[in-house]
Design a binder for this molecule. Structure first.
Ligand SMILES: NC(=O)c1ccc[n+]([C@@H]2O[C@H](COP(=O)([O-])OP(=O)(O)OC[C@H]3O[C@@H](n4cnc5c(N)ncnc54)[C@H](O)[C@@H]3O)[C@@H](O)[C@H]2O)c1
Ligand SMILES: N[C@H](CO)Cc1c[nH]c[nH+]1
Ligand SMILES: [Zn+2]
Length: 429
């Protein structure tokens, strides 16, 4: 972790840059993958599974038999945990449904807006280095609440060609329609363009590594909707003297272990806290199974001492972290000043892992500073909001002149006439 003491505000812009490769560097390789998928369909996915996942697949689509057999491979304790998380995520996301509210803007002019499900959605579930079945809950539960009809899932296969049983078990709970053994940019291309084994979808969801995230951004330029750029995980912790260094280190490592390209940031006003957290990082890292990933991510990470709580808040807002933990006393004082963050964890007993798995909030969140403008996945992500209007005869007489005047001023005579022709008829009656 790079240690920085009281950096001048002019240098903050550079400090908030993430260690990930930029779009220009990744784009040529990913466009080549798109070309292969568009030209060769299934065959390209089979070849790329061999190249990137080290597996020679017989078939891309998971069979009913594989799905049925997975049930017995998931321990009872894990099934119960998945069901508990499912229930909390369902409760939290169900509350996001907007009631249809009809507004009469003028007498007889009635307007309303209704959420209508996106029919075909593609769910990318990361699996390159860990089988993130929790992500399937985060995407599948709101998709089902919204009423999406067709759920297509893509996830990279293991070396033996299988999909992790917990992913298959969760997919069964959600009634996923098709489970495809494909990861990376090729999976995103397949869901965007459609190939023999993978139907084209209307919107692609889900987090992933840099390749997956850039691939999603590129298909969105080609007209397929995506949820948001949700790339390598990150967390920023603000810690004061009240923080427990062991808790802070554990939270930092929880996101560092996702991958070498993750970044974690500690902001503190106390040199002593920074030292203690560094010691804890060393101790906890030693016994971590994924220490290679975490150690690499820590090399790209920052420990920054700032002059005040307000400075910490200002830096955090500029950084716009995916996850923000306020490990400070009186977090209430800072809370309202948060302008940019994907998801916020308050106090000393709200570990980030709670949001990753089971508290109910969504863990598919904007990274790389996109939290300045994007929200994480929610029920809204799975619907279009369609507006309706019903204007009565009386209503048209009230609003007609306004429309005619504006249309005329824009020089759009046909627009004006669509009103005038009706008003003439109404005035005859
Ligand atoms: N922001 C969020 O909401 C969120 C949520 C969960 C996970 N994540 C992130 O998702 C990521 C998961 O990454 P992962 O790698 O474990 O799984 P992944 O499924 O995202 O990526 C694996 C695929 O990447 C492709 N790939 C690997 N190396 C490649 C290369 N050199 N060139 C081209 N393609 C290559 C392969 O096709 C492979 O199947 C992590 O970075 C994690 O932090 C983010
Ligand atoms: N922290 C990840 C989002 O950045 C989500 C996740 C899934 N499993 C564990 N963590
Ligand atoms: Zn996580």
């Amino acid at each position: 972790m790079r240690k920085i003491i009281n950096p001048a505000p002019q240098s903050w812009g550079e400090l908030v840059q993430r260690p990930t490769k930029n779009l220009d560097e990744l784009e040529p390789g990913i466009l080549e993958t798109f070309r292969l998928v568009q030209e060769q369909g299934d065959e390209a996915l089979l070849q790329l599974a061999q190249k990137y996942d080290g597996v020679r697949l017989q078939s891309l689509v998971t069979t009913e038999k594989e799905i049925a057999e997975s049930e017995a491979k998931v321990p009872q304790e894990l099934k119960e945990a998945i069901l508990q998380a499912y229930s909390n995520i369902q409760l939290f996301h169900t509350q996001q449904a907007e009631p249809v509210k009809q507004i009469e803007t003028m007498n007889g002019v009635n307007c309303w807006r209704k959420s209508v499900a996106i029919e075909k959605v593609g769910l990318y579930i990361p699996g390159g280095t860990a089988p993130l079945f929790s992500t399937l809950l985060m995407l599948g539960v709101p998709a089902r609440i919204a009423g999406c009809k067709e759920l297509v899932l893509c996830t990279p296969p293991a070396k033996d060609g299988s999909i992790h049983p917990a992913i298959l078990y969760t997919a069964s709970l959600l009634g996923v329609n098709r489970i495809v053994k494909a990861g990376g940019a090729q999976a995103i291309a397949a869901m965007a363009f459609g190939i023999e084994s993978v139907p084209a979808v209307h919107k692609i969801f889900g987090p992933g590594n840099q390749y997956v995230t850039v691939a999603k951004q590129l298909v969105s330029k080609a007209g397929v909707a995506i949820d948001l750029p949700a790339g390598p995980s990150e967390v920023l912790v603000m810690a004061d003297e009240s923080a427990n260094p062991a808790f802070v280190a554990a939270d930092l490592l929880s996101q560092a272990e996702h991958g070498a390209d993750s970044q974690v940031v500690l902001l503190t006003t106390s040199e002593e806290v920074l030292q203690q957290v560094e010691q804890e990082l060393e101790t906890q890292l030693r016994v971590l199974p994924r220490k290679e990933f975490a150690a690499k991510a820590l090399e790209n990470s920052l420990g920054i001492i700032l002059g005040s709580r307000q400075e910490m808040l200002a830096f955090s807002n500029l950084y716009a972290p995916e996850h923000l933990i306020l490990s400070v006393s009186d977090f209430e004082e800072l809370m309202d000043g948060i302008a940019n963050a994907g998801s916020v964890f308050l106090g000393h007993y709200s570990p980030e892992s709670a949001g990753d798995y089971a508290s109910g909030t969504n863990h598919t969140l904007p990274t790389n500073g996109y939290a300045r403008a994007y929200s994480g996945v929610s029920l809204d992500s799975f619907v279009k909001k369609i507006t309706f209007q019903y204007i009565t005869r009386e209503g048209l007489q009230h609003i007609g002149k306004t429309i005619e005047t504006m249309a005329e001023a824009e020089g759009l005579e046909a627009h004006k006439n669509a009103v005038s022709i009706r008003l003439k008829e109404l005035n005859r009656v």
